[in-house]
Design a protein around this ligand. Structure first.
Ligand code: ZN
Length: 151
């Protein structure tokens, strides 16, 4: 039996190689196997196919996660040219003028993640990043109207 892997191509290939080995053993026995051996080999074959399927679905999950990360990085790249730091937050801009709700400067600078700051419950003076939990002074991270623009 093969052990479950982490959804890498090697894991899928290892399971498939195991299935191929079973076929080879049948051939090496010159196709003359008694019922017990045949039953045993079929069980191994079924198990290695099931394991291949599982490794493939793990691999699909890994690919989907990478796709999502690529989309996120692409968005970050697009926004990079459009973001401005103002006070302690980052803002989207119209004609280089920052507007709207601030994004966490730590999350943006560290991980290129755009996380809106939230107002802290029962405190108008503190804004909180829901992701990294950094706190900001509300006065340094205001909501900015986009004058003359509808957003
Ligand atoms: Zn943050």
């Amino acid at each position: 039996m093969t052990m479950p892997g982490q959804g890498t191509v090697e894991d899928v290939l290892r399971s498939l190689n195991f299935a191929q080995d079973v076929g080879k053993r049948i051939k090496d026995a010159n196709y003359a196997l008694d019922k017990t051996d045949l039953k045993q080999l079929l069980a191994e074959l079924t198990a290695s196919i099931a394991s291949s399927k599982m490794e493939l679905s793990l691999l699909a999950g890994v690919c989907e996660a990478r796709d999502a990360e690529l989309i996120r990085l692409n968005e970050a790249l697009v926004y990079r040219g459009n973001l401005r730091r103002r006070g302690d937050g980052y803002y989207k801009t119209v004609d280089n003028r920052p507007y709207g709700q601030p994004y966490c400067s730590y999350c943006w600078e560290q991980n290129q993640k755009l996380i809106h700051l939230h107002s802290r419950i029962l405190s108008k003076d503190i804004r909180l990043c829901p992701h990294c939990k950094n706190e900001y002074q509300a006065i340094r991270t205001p909501y900015l109207e986009a004058e003359g623009y509808t957003v």
